[in-house]
Design a protein around this ligand. Sequence first.
Ligand code: NDP
Ligand code: 8X3
Length: 255
Amino acid sequence: GGDQEAPTVFITGATSGIGKATAEIFAKHGYGLVLCGRRQDRLNALKTELGSGTKVHVLNFDVRDKVAVQSAIASLPQAFSNISILVNNAGNAHGMDTIQEGSVDDWDAMIDINVKGLLYVSKAILPKMIANKEGHIINIGSTAGKEVYPKGNVYCASKHAVDALNQGMRMDLNQHGIRVGAVNPGLVETEFSNVRFKGDEERAKTVYKGYQPLKPEDIGDIIYFVVTRPYHVNIADLVVMPTAQASSTQINKNL
Ligand code: NDP
Ligand code: 8X3
C-alpha cells in the first residue's frame, strides 16, 4: 500500500472481551482492522459498529483449523493484505479441574486454540510482514503464563507456552526488524469465565466478585500504548493485574 495508508491491525478473538476492546481503540484512532472470530453475528455487528469510522474486514475461522486459517488469510482483499500489527488474542480456559479429574477434550481445546492456533495464525501472517520489513506481534499471554495455580494445570501450561513462544518469536524475527512482545493480564472481566465454566453464569460472576477486576478496555489501552511506541522501543513482556490482585491466588477483597 501507499505511504499514507493507515496501518492495518489483525486481531484474533475480536468478537468479545479483550479482542473487542482492542478493536474499538484502534478503530477510534483510524487503523484499518481485520477482525476474526467464529461468531458471524458478532463479526457483522462489529463491522457495522466500527466500519463507519475506519475500514473493517471480518474473517470467520476457527484458529484450530490450520487449513481454514491459511485460506482465510490468503483471501484478504488487497486493501487489507498488508498487516502491520498482529494481536494474537484468541483463546480461553476450558474447565478448572485437578489433573486427575480434568477432561481430555478440555485439554485438547486449550492446547489447540491457545498454543497451536497462535502458531497457525502467526505462520500465515509472517511471510508478508517479513517481505514488507514491517511488523509488530502482540501475544496475549496471562499471569497464568508466569505462575501456576491449583486446578490451572493445562491452561497455565498453554499460557507458559505462549510465554516461551513470545521469547522465541522475538529471537527469530529480530533479524527482520519485527517487534514481538507479550501483554500478560491478570483477572479481566470478560466472557472468559463463562467459557471456562461452560455457561454457568453464577460461577463465572463469583470470579470477579468483591473487588475491582480489570476491564477489557484497560487491556485494549495498554495494547494501543505498546503498539504506538517509537519503532526503537519494544515492550517485550508486560504483566498487568488489578490493584486488588497480587498473584493468581492472592486477591484483596478489602480494597
Ligand atoms: P473472551 O471469552 O471474552 O474472548 C475470547 C475470544 O477468543 C472470543 O472473541 C472468541 O471468539 C475467540 N476464540 C475462542 N476460541 C476460538 C477459536 N477456536 N477460534 C477462533 N477464535 C476463538 O475472553 P478474553 O477476552 O478474556 O480472552 C482473550 C485472551 O485473553 C485469551 O487468550 C485469554 O486466555 C487471555 N486472558 C484473559 C484473561 C482474563 O482474565 N479474562 C486474563 C489473561 C489472559 P469466537 O467465540 O467468536 O470464536
Ligand atoms: C486468565 C487469568 O487467573 O483467570 O488468564 O487464569 S486467570
